[in-house]
Design a protein around this ligand. Structure first.
Ligand code: ATP
Length: 256
């Protein structure tokens, strides 16, 4: 199905021909992506493959050189306010307002989305509680650990109850108990009809957690489908190495 003109709103995210160049480096080359609504969708690829670039362009954070993206049929670059009201984004490595406390940061995100102050207050308390940040919520985010920062940014991404969550490396630096709690939150969000798109390097996690997966290598989509379709009876990790190559068997560090 091509969706240049009329993307199916039943797809949580549709991207067509997304392309981005940084100087002489082509970071993304004509990426097409179809994320079904209600899926738990993993995006995987080697370092520098273009995952962050793709997700940033698909969510309105980075302007593509070429190509388009739609969130539930809403064009991200032509109707950005509407598209952004339907998506919550946890970006990788962007600066945040870290002089605010955790509670202030989540509150600020909610108010920016135009929610009533009492709704924001109730949701902020709920989110900080489920993220195990109820006490830390009073501290400035600059004093948080990397994992606590991830969790508070995830809370900020969820406060407006979006239809789609796009999370770049949400489990990086997060302790195993918090990661399990976050997975539970995301699974129940999907069960209630939400869509989660998550980039990760941990194949085992993607295989267990996701219903669908896309593999990106060198700025191109090399496989996409249900996890079972993509792994084709192998471990996702084995299949991933087969798809993207790059193993250096036999080229050891002889001097070591
Ligand atoms: N702002 C930028 N300026 C210049 N080059 C960039 C910029 N952002 C990304 N790149 C380059 O684009 C390519 C894709 O980067 P991107 O961050 O999208 O990869 P990634 O798949 O998310 O990688 P990782 O798994 O390491 O996070 C890389 O070669 C990177 O060096």
């Amino acid at each position: 199905m091509r969706a240049e003109n009329a993307p199916d709103p039943d797809f949580a995210l549709v991207a067509r021909a997304l392309t981005k160049r940084f100087g002489d480096r082509l970071a993304l080359q004509g990426l097409d992506l179809d994320v079904p609504a209600g899926s738990f969708f993993g995006v995987v690829g080697p370092n520098g493959a273009g995952k962050t670039t793709a997700l940033s362009m698909a969510t309105g954070l980075l302007r593509p050189d070429h190509g388009r993206a739609w969130i539930h049929g809403v064009d991200v670059w032509q109707r950005p306010r509407e598209a952004k009201s339907r998506v919550g984004v946890l970006a990788d490595g962007v600066r945040t307002f870290d002089r605010l406390s955790g509670a202030q940061l989540v509150t600020y995100a909610g108010l920016l989305h135009g929610l009533d102050a009492d709704v924001v207050a109730a949701r902020t308390a709920d989110l900080l509680r489920v993220m195990d940040l109820a006490d830390a919520g009073r501290k400035p985010v600059v004093d948080y650990s990397a994992g606590m920062t991830k969790k508070v940014l995830l809370a900020a991404a969820m406060v407006h109850a979006p239809d789609v969550l796009v999370l770049d490396e949400p489990f990086e630096a997060v302790d195993p108990v918090s990661a399990a709690n976050i997975r539970d939150i995301l699974h129940s969000y999907v069960e209630r009809g939400g869509t989660v798109i998550v980039s990760s390097h941990v194949m085992d996690l993607v295989q267990r957690m996701c219903s669908h997966v896309a593999v990106i290598a060198e700025g191109r989509l090399v496989a996409s489908g249900t996890v079972d379709e993509v792994r084709g009876g192998q471990d996702l990790e084995e299949r991933f190495v087969e798809l993207v190559g790059g193993r250096h068997a036999g080229e050891g560090l002889a001097w070591l």
